[in-house]
Design a protein around this ligand. Sequence first.
Ligand SMILES: [Mg+2]
Ligand SMILES: [Zn+2]
Length: 174
Amino acid sequence: MKKALFLDRDGVVNVEKDYLYKIEDFEFINGIFELCRYYENMGYLIFVVTNQSGIARKYYTQKDFITLSNWMSKEFLKHGIEISKVYHCPHHPDISGECSCRKPKSGMLLEAKNEFEIDMKNSIIIGDKERDIEAGLNAGLCETYLFDESSNIKNSKATKIVSKLRDIYNVNTQ
Ligand SMILES: [Mg+2]
Ligand SMILES: [Zn+2]
């Protein structure tokens, strides 16, 4: 069984912008490639798990999302990093009804578990919202990180709240 690093997208991989779908608006967060390289070298598979209710809201299409995801994965590859799969939830409960994939639900993580035989207990999730952490806990993960660049969040179920991505894997940087 393989370990996984689950990454939320908006606010972790890229700078959060409302209902982002254009390549030109996509701005990688400082340190994301270094973080991924570290975990890839440690044998983790890397997945992106992202709520994309902008699709349900018709702000952009599934095709727009896939185009952006393919571009993003290629940018990672240029840095020598393989994203094993990007999972997304296109739903919104008020528009498309309840689903099992929208975080804090664990559907996307469980899909990866089944598809790639992931050892969930030894896997990690990094998110910028509490619902990312809850999705990880709901999927049986033990190690969860809340990334909060502003250092405003004081309470979380996460293992640790960090303001820099490197604080997740570099225990000497504090
Ligand atoms: Mg986010
Ligand atoms: Zn969904």
